[in-house]
Design a protein around this ligand. Structure first.
Ligand code: BMA
Length: 851
């Protein structure tokens, strides 16, 4: 085999290939398997041939155009609109490669595409090998007989995703499948629900419209004579009556012909091994085996972050035929159980909704994950790791991979496994109705099978969820569907999410729960025919709640839900993030740029309205200062709002008030950003933490004091995620706005705080508290408080304002000076010193040698 162009060629002396999964390791076998990577430099041309350029695979048209200098940074100023034409054109990727005789004489040669975005015809040597329509699937085809000596040409011709979606919409004439188009403020494209690609790529309320096109994952040839292993999955299951673990292992194998063999599964660390006689049938087959774990071995469990470690085991899989090794691989295994508990609660109508991990109820603390880049090929492992590390640094234990983005890459889930981040995994359907034509259902079925098989070995994924907000959209009639047509839409909904997606998931994965939607009433929605009358009912399931008008400092404005899977407030990113994608004339809150980047109707006004409830709004006469101050105040507002709401949810975990409570999850919207724009995120595009993320470090702390007022009485709750019980007292310190020395300090008596609970430990009318303290009114003083036991302070210090800071009396300009310490000059100094010493010693040695 001769490498050609930039195609990378590799030959492995192995009999199998792993497309994805939690896999490591290869070893030698009887049959030399060959892999030829076809990733690297391809040629890219547009529809009429007027643009032709080199393009990297994996990649996309936008990235290629930018890398070759045809376009500027698509994120710069208004370029999202200027470059709209790219998604309206058809584009063709071409490469040539040689296929050696050795490769072509293999029994089977597969052409594998790990990801095609999205609607394309694939040609090999002028013969159509396949047509694709789904970016979430892998595609592979048998191509041995199409390969020839010398140059082979591989061509992938893409249709414009926007025009394709519009064509599909036109073809669906019987009834509407709403929404037709996104709101104008999003400056996006229409009918994204007709194409199986990242739904937010046609624009979202936090993101630009960049409907990408391209080969977004690897391409290669796989050649073999006997069989190859496409994927291995391992799912541990626990039998509580026998107190025994077993690992369900599935091998997805492509065999040239019926192959008899022996499979050995072993986990050496657990002293467990079993051998099975098996027969691989020709073609692609799924082969299941169960490895029973030796009951005398002590299995260490995988725990969410903050609840324990994430110990890993290694499953070895060996396959033998007539004494020869025909397959050999290793896979990581983590042991844990997950249950979604929905059962009656005393003194509360409805059902509970919480997760039990390894039998222990766990409060989910975290956020929602959106695609971290419009161009997935530009999302580096370092950025991914940094974002996930930031989640852990803020004491999060859970993230929801939201249904309008992409099923994330393997690395994302592997890092979550390692860090103990629980993943609520949506299927990729969001805020829309979807068609149910046969070809649509078929491609979705294949997508779901592939994704579940790829991801089910990850302990981090604790739940599958069918879609984002589509139950709510139907139930609360977002799209003004005439009553007479409702049954039609309900039928389509059940067809897609229940009869297909849920059925597949239940067949493929018995190790974790499945919910049809988010938000949903869960078991109650099921009772009501899968679409509840009110999926936002706080007595059932999870809720999404947004209000930008009501005062976010007043906890009474929040629903006391069982599980808050979305809530949040927008803020602007900092100036240092905006500056590189803007110019001077953009730097005002009323500029075209500022309104262009805002994709949520009235978003910029809402932020000021909310901030203005408690803070003086910036009014500097220096335009730039007023702009940067405004960006800043939106972050202060967001941080304080999400803090209040999250603390309300955390302190509601052990109570039922007026029939509501037992809240067991707080996932705010949203963790990350897709570009430099205002959004609900706590981390800016580029990785910089907003003020909210620093606040999250405290409000998600394992032990947290929460202060709030009810009827002019101050309450302090102690919230504890620990497994052990504590005995805590609250220490309240009263400060005047004018002074850094406290006015007075109060201490409550120590009270028991059981592990995994929230308990009231301090209660006092504010008037009495201030009177006892002397020299204080609501306007002149504020409170800080913390928890302590006999060993000292537990958890962070928190604060409680007795009035809005805009009404505070005595608040003074702090007059803080920040000095940058130029670490770099110190480094230079050390380098100079080092060179000087080196030269000095060398000269000294030379001199000594000469003398
Ligand atoms: C939620 C999400 C997203 C959206 C967010 C903010 O409902 O599911 O669709 O970005 O609200 O509006």
């Amino acid at each position: 085999m001769t490498p050609r162009g930039n195609s990378r060629v590799c030959v492995f002396a192995v009999s199998f290939c792993l497309f994805s999964g939690v896999l490591t390791g290869f070893s030698s076998v009887t049959d030399r398997r060959q892999t030829v990577s076809l990733s690297g430099k391809w040629r890219l041309t547009n529809g009429n041939g007027s643009v032709s350029l080199p393009a990297e695979v994996p990649g996309c048209v936008h990235s290629a155009l930018q890398q070759q200098g045809y376009i500027q940074d698509p994120y710069f100023r208004f370029n999202d609109v200027s470059y709209r034409w790219i998604a309206f054109d058809n584009w063709t990727y071409t490469t040539t490669f040689t296929a050696s005789t050795q490769l072509r004489t293999k029994q089977k040669v597969q052409l594998v595409f790990d990801g095609v975005d999205t609607v394309a015809t694939i040609w090999l040597n002028e013969i159509i090998v396949w047509k694709t329509d789904n970016m979430f699937r892998t595609y592979d085809f048998s191509v041995r007989d199409l390969l020839k000596d010398g140059d082979n040409e591989l061509r992938v011709s893409f249709l414009s995703p926007v025009l394709y979606a519009s064509e599909r919409r036109k073809a669906h004439s019987a009834y509407r499948v709403p929404p037709e188009c996104p709101p104008d403020v999003q400056k996006g494209e229409c009918h994204v629900n007709f194409i199986r690609k990242e739904q937010s790529s046609f624009s979202w309320d936090w993101g630009p419209s960049f409907p990408t096109t391209g080969l977004w994952k690897d391409v290669r040839l796989e050649a073999f004579d006997v069989l190859q292993l496409l994927q291995v999955s391992s799912v541990p299951l626990y039998n509580s009556s026998l107190s025994q673990w077993r690992v369900q292992v599935e091998l997805l194998v492509d065999a040239v012909q019926t192959t008899n063999g022996r499979i050995t599964l072993s986990i050496a660390e657990l002293d467990s091994e079993q051998t099975f006689q098996t027969q691989f049938l020709p073609g692609k087959t799924k082969n299941s085996f169960t490895l029973h774990i030796n009951t005398s071995s002590q299995v260490k469990l995988w725990w969410p972050n903050g609840h324990g470690d994430q110990p890993v085991y290694h499953l070895a899989v060996g396959g033998f035929q007539d004494g020869f090794l025909i397959l050999n691989t290793k896979s990581k295994v983590y042991f844990r159980t997950v249950e979604l508990v929905q059962e009656p609660i005393v003194a509360s109508p409805g059902l509970s909704f919480y997760f039990r991990i390894n039998g222990k109820p766990v409060f989910l603390k975290g956020s929602n994950w959106i695609p971290a880049h419009s161009f997935q090929d530009q999302l580096t492992p370092a950025v991914l790791r940094n974002l996930l590390q930031s989640a852990v640094d803020a004491s999060m234990n859970a993230l929801r991979v939201w249904g309008g983005g992409v099923y994330e890459q393997d690395l994302f889930y592997s890092i979550c496994d390692e860090m103990g981040i629980m993943v609520w995994q949506d299927f990729m359907f969001a805020c829309a109705m979807y068609p149910t034509e046969d070809d649509f259902i078929q491609t979705v079925r294949e997508e779901v099978i592939q994704q579940v098989q790829r991801l089910k070995s990850h302990p981090s994924i604790i739940i599958w969820s069918g879609n984002n907000e589509n139950e709510a959209a139907l139930a609360t009639d977002w799209f003004s569907i005439p009553v007479s047509q409702r049954p039609l839409y309900l039928k389509d909904y059940v067809t897609l999410y229940v009869n297909n997606i849920r059925a597949i998931v239940q067949e493929e994965d018995q190790s974790r729960p499945f919910l049809v939607s988010s938000p949903t009433n869960g078991a109650e929605s099921e009772q009501e025919g899968w679409v509840a009358a009110n999926p936002y009912d706080p007595h059932y399931g999870d809720t999404h709640f947004y209000s930008y008008i009501l005062d976010c400092w007043d906890w009474r404005n929040f629903p006391r839900t069982r599980f808050a899977s979305e809530y949040g407030f927008q803020s602007w990113p900092s100036f240092s993030t905006l500056q590189p994608v803007s110019i001077k004339e953009d730097w005002s809150y009323t500029s075209n740029f500022t309104s262009h980047r805002q994709h949520h109707e009235n978003g910029n006004q809402q932020m000021l309205l909310q901030a203005g409830l408690h803070f003086h709004l910036p009014n500097s006469t220096d335009n730039l200062k007023r702009f940067t101050d405004t960006l800043y105040i939106t972050q202060v507002m967001q941080a304080q709002c999400v803090k209040t709401q999250t603390e309300f949810y955390r302190r509601s975990q052990s109570e039922i008030i007026e029939g509501k409570g037992h809240t067991m999850g707080a996932l705010y919207w949203q963790l990350n950003d897709i570009w430099q724009a205002p959004s609900w995120s706590s981390i800016e595009f580029g990785g910089k933490w907003k003020m909210l993320h620093y606040f999250a470090q405290s409000f998600f702390a394992a032990v947290l004091p929460v202060g709030f007022e009810d009827d002019d009485t101050l309450f302090i709750y102690a919230v504890s995620d620990l497994s052990r019980d504590l005995k805590l007292r609250a220490v309240v310190t009263v400060y005047s706005w004018t002074d850094l020395d406290p006015v007075c300090t109060l201490k409550s008596d120590p009270l028991p705080v059981p592990g995994g609970s929230a308990a009231a430990i301090f209660k006092q009318p504010v008037a009495a508290l201030l009177a006892g303290c002397g020299r204080c009114t609501r306007l002149t003083c504020l409170l800080t408080f913390h928890l302590e036991d006999s060993s000292g302070q537990q958890g962070p210090t928190n604060h409680h304002f007795l009035c809005s800071p805009k009404d505070a009396q005595g608040l003074q300009r702090p007059n803080i000076t920040v000095r940058h310490i130029v670490a770099i000059s110190l480094i230079y100094l050390f380098i100079y010193l080092f060179i000087y010493l080196f030269i000095y010693t060398e000269i000294k040695h030379c001199m000594e040698a000469v003398m």
